[in-house]
Design a binder for this molecule. Sequence first.
Ligand SMILES: NC(=O)c1ccc[n+]([C@@H]2O[C@H](COP(=O)([O-])OP(=O)(O)OC[C@H]3O[C@@H](n4cnc5c(N)ncnc54)[C@H](OP(=O)(O)O)[C@@H]3O)[C@@H](O)[C@H]2O)c1
Length: 260
Amino acid sequence: MRCSGMFRSVLRCLRINPVAGHRSMSQSSLTGKVAIVTASTDGIGLAAAQALGKKGAHVVVSSRRQANVDRAVALLQSQSIQVTGTTCNVGKAEDREKLVALTLQKYGGVDILVSNAAVNPFFGNTMDSTEEVWDKILSINVKASFLMTKLVVRTNKPGALGPYSVSKTALLGLTRVLAPELAPSNIRVNCVAPGIIKTRFSSALWQNEDIMDEFKKQISMRRVGEPDEIGGVVAFLCSDEASYITGETITVTGGMSCRL
Ligand SMILES: NC(=O)c1ccc[n+]([C@@H]2O[C@H](COP(=O)([O-])OP(=O)(O)OC[C@H]3O[C@@H](n4cnc5c(N)ncnc54)[C@H](OP(=O)(O)O)[C@@H]3O)[C@@H](O)[C@H]2O)c1
C-alpha cells in the first residue's frame, strides 16, 4: 500500500460513559479530556498535542529524549495548554507502562490515545531490507501501537483473531510494494486470501457447530471451502493465463463478505 505507515489510533476510551463517537455540547471542546500522544515532541505528534490542548484537553507528551520532552512541555505551557511530559520509547514495555501510569496518577484516566510513534530505518529496494529492519518496523509501528492501546483500553472481546488478522493484512501491502519493484525482472507478485478452508489450521472453527452456524450466515455458499479450491487459484495466478495480473489480492471465500 502506498499510504503512510502511520497507524494513528484515535481512541476515545469509555472512561466515564460509552460515548465513543458522540460530540459533547460544544462540538469542538475537549475540555477535561485526557489525551496521550506518543512521539509528540516534534512534527505531527507535537502538532496533534497542540491541537488537542487548544481544544481544552490535558495532554501528556512523550518521546525518547528528555531534552525533547522538556522543550515540548515548555512550548505547550507557553501556549497555556495543560500539559505534562515524560520520556517514553514506545518500543520498551517499561516506558509504555510508565507513560500510562503517570497519566492515570495525574489525571485519573485516559480518554484519547494518539498512537503516533513510528520508525523507518530503511530506504531502498524492499528486497534489500533485512530481518532486523522488519523486526524494528513491525515492533514499533504495529506491535507497540497495539500494546499501548491494550494498556489504556481494558476490554476483552472473545473469539477475535486480532494479531493473526493484522499480520495477514500486512501481506496485502507487501504484495502491492513488491509487484512494481519486481515487475522489471519479469516477476509477478499476487496474493490469495482464503475464507474458511477445511484444514487442520482452521479445525477449531469448522469442528464447532455453533461457530460454524454463525459463519455460514456470512458465507453466500453456506459451506466451508476445500484446499483444492485454493490450490486451483494459486496455480492460475502462477500460470501464463495470469500473465497480466500482478499486485492483486484475490479473495476465495465462497462469498463471505470481505473484511480486507
Ligand atoms: N512526515 C511525514 O511526511 C509523514 C507522512 C505520513 C506519516 N507520517 C507518520 O507521522 C508520524 C510522526 O512522524 P513525523 O513526521 O511527525 O516525525 P518527526 O517530526 O521526525 O517526529 C518524530 C517524533 O517521534 C519521536 N520518536 C521517535 N522514535 C520514537 C520512539 N521509538 N518512541 C517514542 N517516540 C519516538 C521523536 O522524538 P525523540 O527523538 O525524542 O524520541 C519525535 O518527537 C509517524 O507515525 C510517521 O510514520 C509522517
